[in-house]
Design a protein around this ligand. Structure first.
Ligand SMILES: Cc1cc2nc3c(=O)[nH]c(=O)nc-3n(C[C@H](O)[C@H](O)[C@H](O)COP(=O)(O)O)c2cc1C
Length: 147
C-alpha cells in the first residue's frame, strides 16, 4: 500500500470536492493519503507518490492555491526521482487550446523534476460531465494500484 501526497488546486470548489472523494476511495483501498500544501509538506516524511487534482482558470492557468506550490517547485527545483505521480485535470473543452492547461503545467513540471508518471493524465471535461468524481474515483483507484 502506498503513501500518497495529494495536491489540490481549485477556484470554485469542484476539484476540491473531487479530491475529497478520491482521498476517501484511496484510503478505503488501504492507501495512506496526506493532503499537502507547500513544498516542505510534499517532501516531508517520505511518500511513494504525488497525486495532483486541479482545475484550470484564466487562460490555461493554475488556481492560485496550487500556483504557489508550482512556483516554489520551479524555484527550488528539487529532483523527485523517488516519487511516482498522477494528474487529475478538470477543465472545459470549450476553452479550446487551454483545455486542462493547469493539469498540463503540473504534468510538465513533475516530469522535468524527474518524477515518474504513472498513467496518462486524466482530463475531465465540464462540457461532458456534471459529476467528475464518477470518472476520477475509479481512475485514481486504478492509478494507485500501479504504484
Ligand atoms: C474564469 C474561468 C476560466 C477558466 N479557464 C479554463 C481554461 O483555460 N481551460 C479549461 O480547460 N477550463 C477552464 N475553466 C473551466 C474550469 O477549469 C472548470 O469549470 C472546473 O471544473 C472548475 O473547477 P473548480 O471549481 O475546482 O475551480 C475556466 C473556468 C472559469 C470560471
Amino acid at each position: 500500500m502506498a503513501i500518497i501526497k495529494l495536491l489540490t488546486g481549485s477556484v470554485y470548489g469542484t476539484a476540491e470536492a473531487v479530491a475529497t472523494e478520491v482521498k476517501a476511495a484511496l484510503e478505503q483501498s488501504g492507501h495512506t493519503v496526506i493532503k499537502a500544501e507547500g513544498l516542505d509538506a510534499v517532501l516531508r516524511d517520505g511518500a511513494d507518490a504525488v497525486l495532483v487534482c486541479t482545475s484550470t482558470t484564466g487562460q490555461g492557468d493554475l488556481p492560485e492555491n496550487l500556483l504557489l506550490l508550482y512556483q516554489e517547485l520551479k524555484e527550488r527545483f528539487p529532483l523527485l526521482g523517488h516519487l511516482a505521480y498522477g494528474i487529475i485535470a478538470l477543465g472545459d473543452s470549450s476553452y479550446g487550446d487551454t483545455y486542462c492547461g493547469g493539469g498540463r503545467l503540473m504534468d510538465e513540471l513533475l516530469t522535468e523534476l524527474t518524477a515518474k508518471r504513472v498513467a496518462e493524465p486524466l482530463m475531465i471535461d465540464a462540457s461532458e460531465t456534471a459529476s467528475p468524481e464518477t470518472i476520477a474515483v475509479p481512475w485514481a483507484v486504478e492509478w494507485a494500484s500501479q504504484l
